[in-house]
Design a protein around this ligand. Structure first.
Ligand code: SAM
Ligand code: SF4
Ligand code: SF4
Length: 340
């Protein structure tokens, strides 16, 4: 039986941020010039991460996603995948990456036991890529996507955050690109997460607007129905293309949310927006048993009442979640620390 919170939501998935460092500086995630990063000595070692993962497996968690920051910056990541892939019951192991370093790593990640890859890509235009990420790396990302396919990953996803005035005129070309690449595209609404210090309501292109724009150029999109705990609503176009829309800002899905998050330094959060953390690093380094670790996690999940995105959506005057000064004091509020 999965562990449930008071709203009946099971603990079904864990996102592990393996590093808070990143090689891009996307304007909706890391818009500032300088950041407070987690001290290296506090970052969980691979064996410690595997210990934590075993506790989640014992609690019925089936899906594990490696993220960051940029997870491929973590040295020897395939070795971590190998450790996680032998945990029983077997996780479905996924990775979210900006793709910049994927080309040289795709094959060893696949061999290590990684099941699925999601690549974040917001534009196909090189100068726009530079403007949105502040790095000139579009070609590396495209090579990374091709390498993932060559390495045998199927069901590759491409995630695109849509920002008004920046890439909202590229919906059609992103769809075409994903179709040709054999990947499923998901449009993500711009969220007011910690770190999005430049977020403004009028920069959000709503899921409804995304859908109507796609329908204008590609014809009717048929909803594919029940998505369970998955964040994306999926649609089918007449030419057989399937795409998703993640409406975290305007139509949040907290009621079905089964995801916990672990930061690179071993802090467990039960919501992307949550403030309460559970220090699993301290527990692991104190030498608790696997059973005690699982008990700590279950006890926290069982009192979880988070509905972060829903509460944000109910605000009349919505502005960035936290000011820069608060992020400097507590990097755990950052999206790139918490793991997207
Ligand atoms: N660096 C990796 C990447 O970009 O795929 C993994 C971490 S990143 C934080 C995970 C996802 O969060 C990416 O798809 C990114 O586009 C998304 N993201 C970051 N900030 C966001 C925001 N303000 N609104 C919506 N999505 C955001
Ligand atoms: Fe961009 Fe991901 Fe890095 Fe954030 S963590 S700046 S979304 S690449
Ligand atoms: Fe889950 Fe929190 Fe996101 Fe809502 S805001 S979907 S509760 S992580």
């Amino acid at each position: 039986m999965p562990t449930r919170d008071p709203l009946g939501r099971p603990l079904g998935a864990l996102r592990i941020s393996v590093t808070d460092r990143c090689n891009l500086r996307c304007g909706y995630c890391m818009p500032e010039d300088a950041y407070e990063f987690l001290p290296h000595r506090e970052v969980l070692r691979f064996e410690e991460l595997a210990t934590v993962a075993r506790a989640f497996a014992a609690l019925g968690v089936e899906k594990l996603r490696l993220t960051g920051g940029e997870p491929l910056l973590r040295r020897d990541l395939p070795e971590l995948v190998r450790l996680l892939a032998v945990i029983e019951p077997r996780f479905e192991l996924a990775l979210t990456t900006n793709g910049v370093l994927l080309a040289p790593l795709a094959s060893s990640l696949r061999q290590a036991g990684l099941d699925r890859v999601t690549v974040s890509l917001d534009t196909l235009d090189r100068s726009r890529f530079v403007a949105m990420t502040r790095r000139d790396a579009l070609d590396d990302v495209l090579r990374g996507l091709a390498a993932a396919r060559d390495a045998g990953f199927s069901a590759i996803k491409i995630d695109s955050v849509v920002v008004r005035g920046q890439n909202d005129d590229e919906l059609g070309s992103l769809l075409e690109f994903a179709r040709r690449a054999g990947a499923e595209l998901r449009f993500i609404e711009y969220m007011d997460v910690g770190g999005a210090t430049h977020w403004r309501p009028d920069a959000v292109v709503s899921a409804a607007e995304i859908l109507s724009r796609v329908e204008r150029t590609h014809g009717p999109a048929t909803a594919l129905g029940d998505r369970g705990a998955a964040p994306a609503e999926r649609y089918l176009l007449a030419d057989g293309t399937v795409f998703g829309v993640i409406a975290s800002t305007t139509r949040p899905f907290c009621r079905a949310c089964d995801r916990g998050r672990l930061t690179a330094d071993g802090q467990f959060f039960t919501c992307l927006y949550g403030r309460e953390k559970l220090d699993l690093r301290a527990a692991v380094r104190d030498g608790v048993t696997d059973e005690e670790l699982a008990y700590l996690v279950a006890a926290r999940w069982q009192v979880r009442s988070d509905r972060g995105a829903e509460l944000r959506a109910s605000l009349a005057d919505r502005a960035p979640l936290v000011p820069l000064s608060a992020l400097r004091r507590d990097p755990h509020l950052e999206m790139h620390t918490r793991g997207g």
